[in-house]
Design a protein around this ligand. Structure first.
Ligand SMILES: CC(C)(COP(=O)(O)OP(=O)(O)OC[C@H]1O[C@@H](n2cnc3c(N)ncnc32)[C@H](O)[C@@H]1OP(=O)(O)O)[C@@H](O)C(=O)NCCC(=O)NCCS
Length: 310
């Protein structure tokens, strides 16, 4: 039974602070409720083609926001990606199902074929919830972690001569190499230049954190690193991220991926980063092999669920 005191409604711009408050409270309770960080959420709100007032739904009670469900449209591949956060003290009230129903309704309005959602593996309640709502498990993703201060990584100390940093004004080159590298990768939605310009202009991102492997001056591989400047806790822990890594299909299997990844780890280390994290599809054998061979280890994992919409 759903408690009617919980109101499900569209997000409004003035809700922003309450949304952040929800995050802060859930984090204090240290619950693994979402695969999206606060930073991902905030960045997503500003993305070109994402209209949060149409695509983000909140659950409210007594003037407080106690849950949200974001519907990120990726119309070029006819899917939406859902991400949600529910306050643990307001579970079992039935409003989560209403949020999901609202999100699925919105997905249908957008005329997409598929809704995907990524859930921490240990969050049994959410895995059950989405299964009950007609979603089925499709993919297992791994969160890998590596400590750059460990001895065996002392060899990572310089950017290889064939690698260089991206320059402002070269965003079109990044769009090309990224879309070529990830074409046919499960769940990848080709980027447009506006998205790349938006993402490379965010406070925690700079073109110089994106390392290119070049053949003459043509990018044939790249590694997009991120340093969490916006998050005081992350910087105190010295955390960075391998956000994207890709090699042009015509240049694979020749060591380019390994080289650009090593150059990127070296770059992160030079910025004072100690812990590096990344997400990889467990079915991506080449990438898993590469990361593990350099010392990355599984930290946590998450499950993707899918609902096919008629
Ligand atoms: C993953 C990717 C970046 C690897 O790039 P690459 O240039 O082909 O990789 P490398 O040639 O540097 O090979 C790296 C290691 O993987 C191994 N490897 C290469 N192809 C492999 C395969 N098909 N299966 C298993 N291992 C493989 C190599 O032997 C090498 O190890 P070694 O140095 O010990 O010999 C590339 O395949 C890619 O762009 N894939 C699509 C995008 C993607 O999935 N990115 C990762 C997202 S997390």
């Amino acid at each position: 039974m759903s408690d009617p005191a919980y109101i499900i409604r569209n997000y409004r711009l003035e809700d922003f602070d309450k949304l952040v408050q929800l995050w802060v409270e859930v984090e204090k309770l240290r619950q693994a409720c979402s695969c999206t960080s606060l930073q991902d959420l905030v960045e997503g709100l500003g993305l070109p083609n994402h209209f949060p007032e149409k695509n983000l739904f909140v659950a409210e009670i007594g003037g407080n926001i106690v849950g949200y469900l974001d519907v990120m449209p990726e119309l070029n591949i006819r899917r939406v990606v859902l991400s949600c956060l529910l306050h643990p003290e307001h579970r079992r009230k039935g409003f989560a199902k209403r949020l999901i129903e609202r999100a699925v309704h919105r997905a249908r309005e957008l005329k997409v074929k598929i809704a995907h959602v990524n859930i921490p593996q240990e969050s049994a309640m959410d895995n059950r919830l989405f299964s009950e709502m007609g979603f089925r498990f499709v993919r297992h993703f791994l969160e890998l972690r590596m400590d750059l201060s460990e001895d065996h990584l002392l060899k990572i100390n310089q950017i290889a001569s064939t690698c260089r940093r991206l320059r402002r004004g070269e965003e079109d080159k990044l769009v090309q190499i990224q879309n070529r590298s990830f074409a046919n990768t499960w769940g990848y939605s080709p980027n447009i230049i506006e998205e790349i310009i938006y993402r490379t202009s965010l406070p925690n991102c700079s073109p110089e954190d994106i390392i290119l492997a070049c053949d003459a001056d043509k990018p044939i591989g790249y590694c997009w690193t991120k340093i969490n400047f916006g998050d005081k806790k992350a910087i105190s822990r010295g955390k960075g991220r391998i956000y994207m890594l890709g090699v042009d299909p015509d240049h694979r299997g020749k060591g380019v991926g390994k080289q650009v990844l090593l150059a990127s780890l070296s770059h992160l280390k030079s910025k004072g980063i100690r812990i590096v994290e990344l997400t990889v599809d467990s079915e991506n054998k080449t990438a898993c092999f590469l990361y593990r061979s350099l010392g990355f280890e599984v930290h946590t994992s998450s499950l993707w669920y899918e609902k096919v919409l008629n």
